[in-house]
Ligand binder design. Sequence first.
Ligand code: M6R
Length: 604
Amino acid sequence: MCGIVGYIGQKNTKEILLSGLKELEYRGYDSAGIAVLQEGSFASYKAVGKLVNLEEKTKEFTTEGFALGIGHTRWATHGKPTELNAHPHLGEKSYVVHNGIIENYAELKKELQTNGVTFLSQTDTEVIVHQFEKNQKTSKNSFEAFAKTIKELHGAYAILLATKAEEETLFFAKHGSPLLIGINSVDEKYFASSDTPLIGHCTSVSYLEDGDYGYVTPKEIALFDKNGVKKEARFSALSQNKLLAQKEGYRFFMEKEIYEQSVVIADTLMGRVSESEIIFDELDALLFEGINEIKLCACGTSYHSAMSASYLFERYAKIKTSIEVASEFRYREPIMTKDTLFVAISQSGETADTLETLKMAKAAGLKTLVICNVDNSSMVRLADASILTRAGIEKGVASTKAFATQITVFWMLALYTAKLRDSLNKEQIASHIATLREVPSHVKVSDEMHERIKRLSKRYLHGHGFFFIGRDIFYPLALEGALKLKEISYLHAEGYPAGEMKHGPIALADPELFTIALLPKHLHYEKAKSNVEELSARDSTICAISQLPFEKADDFIEISPCEHYMLEFFEMMVALQLLSLEISIRLGNDVDMPRNLAKSVTVE
Ligand code: M6R
C-alpha cells in the first residue's frame, strides 16, 4: 500500500527513482511523484494515475552528477487521488514521502494551521514536512528536528525526507511500514519499500526495524533505535534474481502466475516430502507441544486459505481449529489461551491487520507461526517460526499462486501435525504424500481448458450477479472464486456454502443470476448436486465445474480425472482463476492493477 524509493549518489537519480517506482507500482497506482535535490534546488513532478503518466511528464527532465531524490507511488488513504494529494509533499524547503497512516495528523495540522501554516493537500502526510520545518527553527540541526518530528507522530510510517538545509543528507524513519536500505561498493545509498527495486543496484540490504530512524549521506549511515540509541545497520546479501518478475510473453502477470503454479507448488514441496514423512526443517516439534487448538488468522485470499486449512487440520490432525479475519480479531478482545498455536497467513508478510494480530498473540504469550511468501518480511521476522511458501514474486494484485502454495503448505502441515498427534498412520500419510506429489501436474494449464474457458467467458459479462457455491473445503474455494471475479471484473459475486441456498440466497435465482457450481466427485457430490438442481429448477444459469458430466448445467467446465478430492480442489482452483481472468480481459480491465486495490495492504 504505497511504495517509496530514495537515492543519494552520482548515478542517474531520475532513472533510479522511476525504475524503482515501476517495481513498486503494484502497491498503489492512484498517483506517483518524485522530488530531486540537485545543486541547491529541488525539481518535483507528480502525476495522477499510473506511473506512465509521471514518466511522460518527466521526459525532458534530466539529472546528472550528484543528486538526492525521493519517490512515491500512492494508494489513497486520506484525500482523493489528485495531483495535490500526490507525494512528495512540500514544505518551504523540504520534501517528504510517506507510506502508512499518521493517526494524529488532524491534531498536528490544527496546531500548525493556528501558527499560520498553509496546507495544500488533504493528506495526513503533509503534516510531517511542516512539523519538521517547525522543529528546524528550534533545533540545532536538521537531524535533531527530524528526530523530534518522528517522536511526535503516532501511527504507521515509512518516511523519507529531503531538505535544502542538508543537501547531502536523506532522512528516514520506519514504524509499521516496510523500509529497506540498499548498499553496494560505491558511495551511494538506496531506499525502497521492498527489495525488488534494489536488485541490480545493490549487493546488500538492511531491513529496518520498527522504531528505527536516522539519516544517510553517500558515505555514511547513521541509524538509531526507538530509544534514540545509535546502532549498526545489519546487512544481508541481496539475491539478484529478477527474472521471475517479468511477464515473459503472457498478457498479464496474473496469467503468468496462474501458469507458474505447477512449478511453484513443486518448489514448495521440494525437500519437504519423503516417501512417508513430511519434513519441515524450519519447525521444531516443540512448537506443537502442549497445543490443543490452532488459530488461523489472515485477510482476503490468505483468509480463504486459512479457512480451507481448518478443514484439513480437523479432518486429518483431529485438532480443534478456528479461523479469524484479522481486522475483526484485533478489536474484539479475543480470548487467547496458551494451549493455542497462533498461525498468521500472508503472502506479503506486511498486511497491517494480520501483523497486528501476530503482535497481539505474541504479547499474550502464544506460540506463533507464520505461513508467508516473503522472507524477511515483518511477519517472518516477528513470529516464533515460519514456513515460506515458495511462490516467487507475485505481482498480480489478484492473488493466485500464493494461494496455491499456501494450500500446499497447509495440506503438508496438517499431515505433519497428524503424525505428531498419531491421528493418521504411516500408510495413510504415505498415501497422502503420493497424492500431494500429483498436485503439480493437476494445476498445469491445458490449452484445451484455457481455450474452453476463454470461449465460455463471453457469456458471463453481464447479469445481476454470480453465486459461487461449494460444500466443505470447496466452500472456501467458492469464496476465493468469487473474490477473484469481484477484484478484477468488478462484477458482483458472492461465495456460499451450497447448502445455504435455500436459507435465503435462492430468492435471487433467475436466468440473469449465474451460479458457478463446484461439484467434486469425491466429496459430498450428491448433496452439492441437489443444491445446484434446486437453483437450476429456479432458472439460474448454471456453470458447473466437475469431472462428472452434469446434465442440468447450461455450461460445463470439465476438469481432468482425479482420484482425490484435494486434486479436484486444485483443478477447480485453476478453472476459477482462468474464468475470472478471461472475463476481466473481455471487459477490458487492467487485470494486474484493478481499480481501488493495491497488492499489499499496509494500512488498517
Ligand atoms: O499479503 P496478504 O496475503 O496478507 O494479503 C491479504 C489480502 O490483502 C490479499 O489476499 C487480497 O485479498 C488479494 N488482493 C486477493 O487477491
